[in-house]
Write a protein that binds this ligand. Structure first.
Ligand code: GAL
Length: 344
């Protein structure tokens, strides 16, 4: 009887050990079945419905996969902010409550960065901001105490992309001044005006043009297309109806809108690089093809590969407890008919 009891007792103990082990494996995110450590990364993209950010997020996911190995596995949860800040705030709050190890955030509204940083600082979760740059004062004011070195912005300096757009026109033999009146008559199609990328590209394309070409400008029309191709097409069509041959250049804050504008320009019977010019930013494959074919004047490479890799590297460093630089910049590159084939 004693023997039977002790045998029973032993088997109960073994069972409960197994049960404990199972419980631990399924609830402790820090250890995967293979023995590799799991790092949970929460990503929220401002909207999945954006051509450039689609390239960016796909590359981000791919590069994270390449980082997983026998020691560490990166488990990435990628969410669509649906261009709605309250939706995205919920996603971020959930990542925080669930104790994610690091967040990569492409904010819907960059003004929400301060609140996000307050929450992440309180929870001790590092953050990598991408693509939509928080204000410098928000970045600086949070760079203190325990949170210093735990967050960063990875992006490209939008002033540079604007300057390159201005140069693409200023460097043309006629400086874009098709009608020879000594002034550049242009239309601007802007991205989301809350975004510094849109603000800086709008501003610096023109200031750099004026400086380099030494000519004055006349803005015929300036409209918001929110980065969307259909809007670029609609706004360019309106401008062409209203201002017709007066338009010498259409500056678009990005290529997706430029691709839309291109359709309207062609529908209006105008010929790009002959009696009108068109520039964008991003170097989407279609835009690069158009530059090569002489159907777009130029674009600017917005390096989604460089930026997404840098963002992942920062997230990996942060998860390993390393300190991050406050800013990580990736350069833009001017894309002209001469060098475009390199960016295909
Ligand atoms: C810009 C990019 C746009 C759009 C925007 C979203 O850098 O040029 O195409 O993706 O980011 O914030």
């Amino acid at each position: 009887m004693k023997k039977l009891l002790s045998a029973l007792l032993a088997s109960v103990m073994v069972l409960s050990l197994v049960a404990c082990g199972q419980k631990q494996a399924s609830t402790d995110s820090g250890s995967a079945a293979s023995g590799a450590k799991t790092v949970r990364v929460g990503v929220s993209i401002y909207t999945f419905d954006d051509a450039f950010m689609t390239l960016y997020r796909n590359e981000l996911a791919k590069y994270f996969e390449s980082k997983s190995n026998d020691q560490v596995k990166y488990e990435v949860t990628m969410q669509d902010g649906k261009n709605d800040q309250s939706e995205q705030t919920n996603q971020i709050d959930n990542f925080i409550t669930q104790g994610y190890d690091v967040l990569i955030l492409n904010l819907v509204q960059s003004t929400s960065a301060a609140t996000v940083m307050d929450k992440c600082a309180a929870a001790g979760i590092p953050v990598v901001f991408i693509n939509r740059e928080p204000s410098e004062s928000d970045m600086q004011s949070h760079n203190t105490g325990d949170f210093a070195g735990k967050f960063t912005y990875v992006g490209a300096d939008a002033r540079q992309s604007g300057r390159f757009q201005g140069e693409l026109i200023a460097d043309l033999p006629n400086k874009g001044d098709i009608n020879g009146d000594g002034k550049l008559q242009y239309v601007m199609i802007e991205g989301d005006p809350e975004n510094v990328d849109a603000q800086y590209r709008t501003q610096f394309s023109i200031s750099q043009y004026k400086e380099k070409a030494g000519l004055d400008v006349e803005c015929l029309d300036d409209q918001v297309g929110n980065w969307q191709r259909a809007e670029g097409q609609r706004l360019a069509a309106n401008a062409l109806t209203q201002y017709g041959d007066q338009i010498e250049v259409i500056f678009c804050n990005n290529d997706d809108m430029a691709m839309g504008a291109k359709v309207s320009i062609e529908a209006a019977g105008r010929k790009i690089n002959d009696n009108i010019y068109l520039v964008g930013v991003d170097a989407l494959a279609e835009a690069v093809d158009a530059v090569i074919a002489g159907e777009m004047t130029g674009t600017v490479l917005n390096d989604h590969v460089g930026q997404s890799h840098k963002a992942v590297d920062c997230a990996v460093d942060a998860a390993e407890g390393k300190s991050l630089d406050l800013y990580n910049w990736v350069d833009y590159v001017k894309v002209t008919p001469e060098n475009a084939s390199q960016y295909k």
